[in-house]
Design a binder for this molecule. Structure first.
Ligand SMILES: CC(=O)N[C@@H](CCC[C@H](N)C(=O)O)C(=O)O
Length: 371
């Protein structure tokens, strides 16, 4: 299989969470070409679960890839840039899928003793596919639940050949944050007869900046980012509505609860001070990614002996991943895989180094084989 071509074809058709129809059909087509009695292919919503029977199984080893793209307008200028205007694989899930397909092909050609299962999971960027997938597995197909589960995420800031992870907390708890403000709009020339939601939203945005700096223990850590702000309709009408869209990141579930309480209290004070209604929607919430100690240590010690691989003990990051639902439920491990790019995750010019595809499936296969 030409994984570079596959990655590029997937790159051209990014789709957001639970809309991955073309992606699912593309993946089914590629997997269909691996025709083997060992494969069981199951559709789950817009994702797929593929089981490969081992030769004398004692356990099931799992691999998970995410499959969704982001609502970002691509600016790479690459010949295989997104054909879906306004959407892009800007988080590397195209690379993740190509690696998973490469691994699957190896598992089919050279079966392990153990069974293997690969999850092509939708909606990692939102609203979250891992939690409903787990619920479905537990209720409908417990036989497809692995005994241990692995996943990677590309790391553009690390050189190709680097694998980086740590025992315990790797990624943060996350909560999306959508705040809607509603007041009395009106003519731009009569502000005294209105309640301006552009001004109220601006005040709230500034007050939100104090949550991390003034309310979170300095020895702990958190992030509150508002990535999008919108208000009003035209230049000479005072805005009746405004909206802030953001995300909260914390290192513990308790810190998440206390940040949310503070956000709610600031919103109430805006309601009172600006005589308006403010509503909060927390959207998707992800559990922290907590790597199982034993898996993390065994992975790092295995990787450090593999030629051309640099195994690095990484720090925790404020990124989020719904893989955290898996780490909460099963012994599981996520690691960063260097993909050296001048632009980071979620950037319109992200261009991961495709050399990663030339060795990662084999590296994973060899790792699985000795487990
Ligand atoms: C690896 C990565 O970049 N993950 C995303 C997950 C997004 C979760 C959710 N939509 C949110 O914004 O809270 C990230 O932004 O860290």
């Amino acid at each position: 299989m030409d994984l570079i071509q596959i990655r590029r074809e997937l790159h051209e058709i990014p789709e957001i969470g639970f809309q991955e129809f073309k992606t699912q059909s593309y993946l089914k087509d590629i997997i269909g070409r691996m025709a083997s009695e060992r494969i069981e292919l199951v559709e789950w919503r817009t994702g797929l679960v593929v089981k490969v029977s081992g030769s004398s199984p004692e356990k099931t080893i799992g691999w998970r890839t995410d499959i969704d793209g982001l609502p970002i307008r691509e600016e790479t200028g690459l010949p295989f840039a997104s054909r879906h205007e306004g959407f892009m694989h800007a988080c590397g899930h195209d690379v993740h899928m190509a690696i998973a397909l490469g691994l699957l092909e190896l598992l089919v050609e050279r079966p392990l003793n153990d069974d293997a299962v690969i999850f092509f999971q939708p909606a990692e960027e939102g609203p979250g596919g891992a939690q409903p997938l787990l619920e479905w597995l537990e209720t409908e197909r417990p036989d497809l639940l692995p005994d241990e589960l692995f996943a990677l995420h590309i790391a553009p800031e690390l050189p190709v050949g680097t694998v980086a992870t740590k025992p315990g907390l790797l990624f943060a708890n996350t909560s999306e944050l959508f705040i809607d403000l509603h007041g009395k709009g009106g003519h731009a020339a009569y502000p005294h007869q209105t309640r301006d939601m552009a001004v109220a939203a601006a005040a709230l945005l500034m007050q939100l900046q104090t949550v991390v700096s003034r309310n979170v223990d300095p020895m702990d850590s958190a992030v509150l980012t508002v990535g999008k702000m919108s208000a009003g309709t035209v230049q000479n009408i005072i805005a009746e509505r405004a909206r802030l869209e953001g995300t909260i990141r914390t290192l513990t579930p308790e810190a998440m609860e206390s940040v949310k309480k503070r956000v709610e209290s600031l919103c109430r004070s805006i309601e009172e001070g600006y005589e308006c209604q403010v509503s909060i929607d927390y959207g998707a919430n992800y559990r922290q990614v907590d790597n199982e100690e034993r898996l993390a240590e065994s992975f790092l010690s295995y990787a450090q002996d593999v030629p051309d691989i640099q195994a690095v003990r990484s720090k925790a990051a404020m990124t989020g991943e719904d893989f955290g639902y898996f780490t909460e439920r099963l012994p599981a491990l996520m690691f960063w895989a260097g993909a050296g790019s001048g632009y980071g995750l979620h950037h319109a010019k992200l261009a991961p180094d495709e050399r990663l595809l030339s060795f990662m499936p084999e590296f994973l296969y060899d790792y699985f084989k000795q487990r």
